[in-house]
Design a protein around this ligand. Structure first.
Ligand code: UDP
Length: 243
């Protein structure tokens, strides 16, 4: 909490957005060549690249499971991604985010189709301005789709928060740092299942319900963009093949 005014009396945020407005988002699928699938996302000033390897044989072999693939994730912030240099060694926060991102993606992936293999998802934060776990999840599901890994649905995520007592969509770093709450939500939008829900700060029961509704609206916009990014990727492939 701080004395800084993050929302004007007429509902305008410090970056000019309304309370239910997302930051500008850009997504691209298939930009790296040495992996099975890749995706890039920009959400405001947050910039993340994701690469997927696999499914491939598990090494060391004892990691393999007889009836399903193992999904491994790595969330990592580049040393130049934050205003103060971030040590390249994994922090406690990165270890936690690695786990929650894996748990957010796992319910969507048909792991049982690839027994004894490993699927690796590398999430590299190039520039952080809040919402990196949620943008990381959104991009990771695109990279998994590009890798041809069957999924029940894409996973799409966004954070909602509270500023001056009002629920708002898609926090930037200033709002995340000085606001009253930060609640990242990930969903499989088409099958309407939440796969990640965290809350930092305080919300009343009513605000929590409202937050979920606001998140759902943001997620639905992001989901359309994900489908568009995948379509672009495949129309580009058809064009290349025709040339
Ligand atoms: N952050 C930072 N340095 C760090 C960790 C976080 O500058 O070592 C910033 C970064 O912009 C990040 C934001 O704080 O996106 C919020 O971090 P949080 O842990 O809430 O996760 P996120 O919102 O990125 O999912």
């Amino acid at each position: 909490m701080s004395s800084q005014i993050l929302l004007s009396p007429d509902g305008i945020r410090t970056d000019g957005r309304r309370i239910d407005e997302m930051r500008k988002v850009k997504m691209e699928v298939g930009l790296l060549k040495n992996c099975s699938g890749s995706a890039y996302i920009e959400q405001g000033k947050t910039k993340i690249i994701v690469a997927v390897h696999g499914p491939r044989e598990a090494h060391p072999k004892y990691l393999a499971l007889p009836h399903r693939a193992v999904l491994r994730t790595r969330y990592h912030m580049a040393p130049f991604s934050t205003s103060e240099r971030k040590s390249p060694a994994p922090s406690r926060r990165e270890i936690e985010l690695t786990k929650v991102i894996r748990e957010a993606l796992e319910p969507a992936v048909l792991l049982e189709e690839f027994p004894k293999t490993v699927i690796d998802v590398f999430i590299e934060v190039l520039q952080a301005d809040a919402g990196t776990r949620s943008a990381g999840v959104t991009a990771a599901s695109l990279a998994l789709a590009e890798a041809g890994i069957p999924m029940r649905d894409l996973v799409t995520a966004v954070a909602v928060g509270k500023l001056e007592g009002k629920v708002v969509l898609d926090l930037n770093e200033e709002e995340d740092e000085h606001g009253q709450a930060d609640m990242p939500v990930a969903m499989m939008p088409n099958i309407n299942k939440i796969t990640l829900l965290q809350l930092n700060g305080r919300l009343t029961g009513e605000e929590l319900k409202e937050g979920l509704e606001v998140a759902r609206k943001g997620i639905s916009q992001l989901y359309q963009m994900q489908k568009q990014a995948l379509t672009m990727r495949y129309s580009a492939t058809v064009q290349q093949e025709e040339e």
